[in-house]
Write a protein that binds this ligand. Structure first.
Ligand SMILES: [Zn+2]
Length: 278
């Protein structure tokens, strides 16, 4: 079973413009591998044999909570088509500055959505600040998975707000939190990941862009972090599934470790029991 723990989609009418803007924001460092729509995502998943993908929306303002939750439910319940309902696992998003954040987290959990996406650059916050730790305790108590951007974001000037040392502190302060540290624990802060996170009981997703596939720190994390704590991810549309799999397969893991990384671990974390036929 193949599960991608980190993809993004944009509304059909906005996708082309949104991708263009994001590419420009990074000075053309990134180039999309897909068009960013649900339809484009499903087509790529079918082609490359992905069974499931976790769709990660980001509320850049507290007021976007309702619209994002409604879209997650629309995906899950078939309003975006039966294939979307069958193959996508939509997450919700609750802005950390939302005055109703605890109530909103309760609503996410009560609606059966399995987790939330957090992105400290787009939802300005410091990952281990006291009010974030409260937010994470609430997520833990509701059994919500937190899929979190970690490390540098290439669309912004660097700020040390969500690097590996803060990831480690969150996990120390909120034991039992089901937390996925995206981009192998901290985009372009991989040296810090090796010092602070490697070998610990923390899920890392494997979303890394092609220019970093051969970085020695990146390769070391992929081959030395506990294989049951690695989750396949591409950050689609920023990387294609076939390229993401080639990156993981080059790590030389044992076949059972590779199977766990590509889907087994995520199936347990997300409570997905069987592959979904196309
Ligand atoms: Zn992402």
């Amino acid at each position: 079973m193949l599960i991608d723990s980190h993809v993004h989609t944009f509304p059909e009418d906005l996708a082309a413009r949104a991708l263009k803007k994001l590419v420009e924001k990074t000075n053309h460092f990134i180039a999309p591998a897909g068009d960013g729509t649900i339809e484009g995502l499903l087509e790529a998943m079918r082609r490359d044999g992905m069974d499931y993908a976790v769709v990660c929306p980001i509320a850049t303002k507290p007021a976007q909570f309702d619209g994002i939750l409604a879209e997650a439910l629309a995906i899950r319940d078939g309003a975006r088509g039966t294939e979307a309902a069958r193959h996508l696992i939509p997450f919700a998003s609750v802005h950390p500055d939302d005055e109703a954040r605890f109530e909103h987290l309760v609503r996410v959990a009560a609606s059966g959505i399995r987790g939330i996406k957090l992105h400290p650059y787009y939802q300005p916050c410091v990952l281990d600040a006291p009010h974030l730790l409260e937010y994470f305790r609430c997520c833990r108590d509701l059994n919500l998975v937190v899929q979190c951007h970690c490390g540098f974001d290439i669309g912004f000037p660097f700020e040390p707000i969500c690097g590996p040392e803060r990831v480690a502190r969150v996990m120390q302060e909120v034991p039992g939190l089901r937390f996925i540290a995206a981009h192998l624990g901290g985009w372009r802060q991989w040296g810090g990941v090796i010092e602070q996170v490697l070998g610990k009981d923390i899920y890392l997703d494997t979303a890394v862009l092609k220019p970093h596939f051969k970085d020695s720190d990146v390769r070391r994390i992929l081959s030395e972090h506990p294989a049951d704590k690695l989750l396949f991810a591409t950050d689609w549309p920023w990387l294609g599934f076939a390229d993401g799999m080639r990156f993981v397969q080059a790590a030389g893991l044992k076949p059972e470790q590779e199977r766990a990384l590509l889907g087994g671990n995520a199936s347990q974390l997300l409570g997905v029991t069987s592959p979904s036929p196309w």
